[in-house]
Design a protein. Sequence first.
Length: 177
Amino acid sequence: MNLYRQAIALFGFVVPVVIAAVAIGVGLSVKGKISASFEEKCSHFDGFKQNKIAALGLEAQISRKREDISRWEELVSKETASAISSNLRSIEEKLPSKEFQTTGQQFPTSRAGFASVSGQDSAQVRLAFRATYRSMQRALLELETHMPQLQLQELRMEPSANSNSLNFEIHYTAWEQ
């Protein structure tokens, strides 16, 4: 019987304990991977829920602005040259002629500034005025309010030789659809 004692101990106790330990180790490893995967999926789901709530909030804000968007699209779809001319005429009517005069309008075909590196359609606008500082502020406020697609590229101010007004040269990029 002594002869079989070593084989019985080896195959009856040691091998099953080693196999059980390996099985338990593999089981714990699989459980850890499954737990990590579950935690990752839970965090992704929480992020998804937060993004969905944020998207619903943005959609609510956008739905309130739909009327404005159609009005803005209408403003942007108008031809730039005629829109600027008509807006300047209405501005000139509101301001005293001694304080505000349009001295030039140009619509160059070349692209400059941000427009030269952008894929968005745009038009260049150069305007010249003789005006007082305060009247020019009002006129630019009015023009840029009526034409939100205008982006100021350059503004030059010089004193006028003949009067107390200033000469203004303004370059805009007008973004189009």
